[in-house]
Every structure is written in C-alpha cells, then in structure tokens.
Design a protein around this ligand. Structure first.
Ligand code: ADP
Ligand code: MG
Length: 481
C-alpha cells in the first residue's frame, strides 16, 4: 500500500477557449457551431497557394481583454508563427500560433480554496487557430474530415505548474469559464468544445524542488472529467513511484465510461515543429492607447463586484457569490438596486422566486428587465406588511409578471391584502378561540405549541389577510387571560 501522504501532486493546465468572434482568425469564414460539414471554408482556411491571411482584430481584442482580467502583462510587439506538423484535419500542414511572443504574459486567477482566496499563476495566454475535426464514427471504413472549425480563433491559457489537487484544478477551470463568459470572449460551452482542457500531471516527494516526469491528459471536455482524470492520474502515478517504477512521459486520454485514463502515445521529444514567423502576416504592434481603450471597456469583474456589494450594501459572502454567478444576473441586480434600498430583500427575490420563474418559463433576465417597477411595488407591499411574503412570491408575482398589472391591483382583486386593523383581527381570533374550547384548555394547561395551530386557523378564516405577527400577539394576550 503506497503512503500517499509522502507525495505531492503538481498540475499545470492548458485551456483552449474558442473566441466568440463571428469570423475566423485570418479570414471571413463563419465560425458558428453545428453547420453542415465543410460549408464554412474558403481558400484561406484551406491554405490554397496564393491566398493571403489577414488578422481578425476582434480576436486580438478579446485575447487582450482576458489578459487584462487576469492581470497579465500585454505584449506590445507580436507576430504569428507557423507551427509545422502533419495531421489530416490541418489543411495547411501548419498551425498559425504565437511562439516567442504570447500576447499576454504571466497573470493570475483567484479561486476560493477551503474558504480562502488563493491564486493560480498563469504562464501565458496566446492566440492561435483551431484545427478541423476528424470524425471516426460515421463510416465503418473511412475517417471523415470536417474543416468548418479550422482557423477558428482560440486563446490558450497556460498555467504554471502550481496546482496541487484535483479540487484546485476544478475551481480554477470553473473560474476561467465564468470569466470568459463574463467578458463575452467565449461562450464557455464545454459540450460543444468551445472550452477544452489538457491537464499535465506529475508527482514528487513532498518538499522536493524538482518537478517529476509529467503525463498529459488531452482534450478533457467537461469540468467533471477534468477532476476525475486528475484524481485517477495522481493515484496511478503515486502508486508507480512508490513501487519504484519509472514514469514514462506520455500523452493520455480520459475514458468517461470508467473514470480512468489510457495512454495514446509516448511523448517524443518536443521542438520538432520548425517554428518560423509567418511570412504572410505582418507583425503587429499594440500601442499603449489601444490597450488602455480596451481596458476602459472592461466590465467590473465578479470579484470586484463582490467586494463593492459586500462593503457598500452589507451583503453576506454567500449572497454576493450567488448574485455574481453570471453576468446577466449581476447586471439585473445592479439595475434593480438603482431603484430600491431593500438590497437584501432583492437578493432573496432573485435567488428564490425570480430564478424559479426564469427556469420554468425559459425567459432571461433581459426579458424581465422592465418588470423592476412591479418588483419594487411588491417589495414595498411586503415590507409594509400589507402582503405576506408567501402570497407575494407565490400568487402576486406569478400573476403579474409579464403583464402590465400593478401588484396592488392584483393583490386587492384577489383579496390578498393583509388586514392589519387590530379590531378585525381580534374578531377572527375570538372566533377561532370560541370554536376550539378543548384546544384552549390544553394550551392553558401548558401545551404552548398549540399557538401555531391557532395562528393557522386565523390565517385560514381570514383567507391569509391577517398579519401573522399581530395575530400571534393578540392570541397570546387573550390566552393569558
Ligand atoms: P509542453 O511543451 O509539453 O506542452 P510546457 O512546458 O509548455 O510543456 O507546459 C505545458 C503545461 O504543463 C504547463 O501548464 C506547465 O505548467 C505544465 N507542466 C510542465 N511541466 C510539468 C510537470 N513536470 N508537472 C506538472 N505540470 C507540468
Ligand atoms: Mg502541451
């Protein structure tokens, strides 16, 4: 049995994120997902002789946005290089990538690990084009090639070997996905391959400074699979090292059917790609002004918003985490608090009835952005005790959302306005006590829990109009006599 506590895992992740541009990195071909195979291709994508690629400025802008959000240094002098290799889905025989000048250098991504903020250090973020797809499950005898994806812009986000557990890797990828979506630079859709991850994993004795031999698990297409693959590899590598077996530097693949990995190839020595600057693409220089202009378009990031809302609105960690889960939700909240002071109540409404309504109706926050006035009226009715929270969220909200009806009108028509006149409630209380003499005796003998039953009865005969607080007070007074 291997002594796992003697070892430390070291993990570095490479995430490929497809940039959400309409066209490809070096030509105008459409980048949308799911088109008929080989319809989004042009002579440039196909690498025909005599064609000239041209850099997509939007892709450069998106890469810079991500770099700024990750606190990277933006490289001003950039060029694209050809990375030469043969592969059936690579029509040009080379991939255009960045080599010695990644557009973003260094940087870091904050994660919440065991209740504390820690940082995953980035090595770089570089721009490159995607390859096409080989499809092996259409024909029993042939492999099919779909080149629609070839030339789609990617950023590759590469961490330092600084991650030490599957959990940490999981949190990091979750954060990166949230960030690219927040910035709108990638849709973050892992099933469609917009975000893919390669995990490099090694183990070493705790305290050792040299890195162990790594294996690389390729093309992990869900966050769950990333976690499972890393867990499996750490276990496998520690057992090997502990048994004195050598680790072979390998490329491996994940088998989701049994949560294990298998070797695809032993890693031949790197650097046989014959990189050289692409002679068809001019180097490009980014000015300070240009970088600043992109900086100024960046939205507040989730962590910045969390801080602001925690300190200025007094919200809890839990509430700000929830409300900054995605940008649509945060934007809606930001809009809402421009017209209400009930900050915490608005969070409760968003996390409860509003999320439920959007899930059920398939609507988006955008769709309800003009319902804020109605929501404010509802909040006021609840805060002023005219409407119970359960009637407000259950009946009134559902009854008026998406219509022009005012909350007060709907609540009045449906007799949901609470009657807070003590006289009226006192009458209901008397009726209930008179109708339940046995229970009253039991209560007076000490069965104080019956108060809930009396309150419930008053609620029933008042059709929910009696304010529960006043009801309870009156009941206690009368039962004490
Ligand atoms: P390659 O040339 O094989 O792609 P790189 O040096 O570019 O390797 O690193 C790729 C990723 O692997 C980076 O995220 C890096 O941090 C990580 N990495 C490199 N060496 C190790 C190692 N020994 N153990 C774990 N991760 C590693
Ligand atoms: Mg690699």
């Amino acid at each position: 049995m291997a002594d796992f506590s003697k070892y430390e895992a070291v993990i570095g992740l490479e995430i490929h994120a497809q940039l959400a541009t309409n066209s490809k990195l070096f030509c105008g071909d459409n980048t949308s997902f799911g088109a008929e195979p080989n319809t989004h291709i042009s002579p440039i994508t196909m690498g025909h002789p005599g064609t000239l690629p041209k850099t997509n400025a939007k892709a450069v802008e998106y890469a810079i946005k991500m770099g700024i959000a990750c606190e990277s240094v933006i490289e001003k002098n950039n060029y694209f290089a050809r990375k030469n290799y043969f592969y059936p889905d690579l029509p040009k025989g080379y991939q255009i990538s960045q080599h010695t000048t990644p557009i973003c250098v260094g940087g870091r991504v904050a994660i919440q690990l065991n209740g504390k903020t820690s940082y995953v250090q980035l090595n770089r973020i570089h721009l490159e084009e995607d390859a096409g797809k080989s499809i092996h499950d259409i024909s029993p005898t042939d492999s099919c090639i779909d080149l629609n994806r070839a030339g789609t812009p990617l950023i590759e986000i590469v961490t330092e070997p600084c991650i030490h557990s599957a959990e940490e890797a999981f949190l990091y990828v979750t954060e990166v996905r949230k960030l690219v979506r927040w910035l709108g630079v990638c849709d973050g859709n892992m099933e469609e391959g917009s975000l893919r991850c390669d995990a490099n994993i090694s183990v070493r004795l705790k305290g050792a400074s040299e890195l162990g031999t790594k294996v690389e698990v390729k093309n992990l297409n869900s966050i769950r699979n990333i976690k499972k693959a890393i867990e499996f590899e750490i276990d496998r590598l520690i057992k090997l090292v502990d048994a004195g077996e050598p680790i072979i530097q390998q490329t491996r693949s994940f088998d989701a059917n049994n949560d294990s990995t298998f070797a695809i190839r032993d890693k031949e020595d790197a650097n046989d790609y014959r990189y050289f600057p692409d002679p068809d693409l001019a180097p490009f220089h980014l000015t300070e002004n240009y970088i600043d202009s992109i900086k100024s378009t960046l939205p507040l990031l989730p962590n910045q918003l969390k801080q602001i809302w925690k300190t200025s609105l007094g919200l809890s960690d839990y509430d700000v985490d929830q409300i900054t889960e995605n940008k649509e939700e945060a934007d809606f909240y930001a809009l809402w608090i421009q017209s209400t002071k009930h900050y915490k109540a608005a969070v409760n409404w968003m996390l409860g009835p509003i999320r439920e309504y959007l899930n059920e109706s398939g609507k988006s926050y955008q769709d309800i952005s003009n319902s804020i006035e109605q929501l404010n009226e509802l909040l006021e009715l609840v805060e002023s005790n005219q409407l119970s929270f359960s009637n407000a969220t259950g009946k009134v909200f559902k009854g008026i959302i998406g219509t022009n009806t005012k909350a007060i009108d709907f609540a009045t028509t449906n007799q949901l306005i609470q009657n807070n006149s003590t006289d009226v409630i006192a009458e209901w209380v008397d009726q209930v006590l008179a109708a339940n003499p046995d229970k009253v005796t039991e209560y007076k003998k000490g069965k104080k829990g019956l108060i809930g039953l009396f309150v419930g009865e008053v609620k029933k005969i008042s059709k929910g109009q009696a304010d529960p607080k006043i009801t309870t007070q009156l009941l206690e007074q009368k039962l004490a006599q």
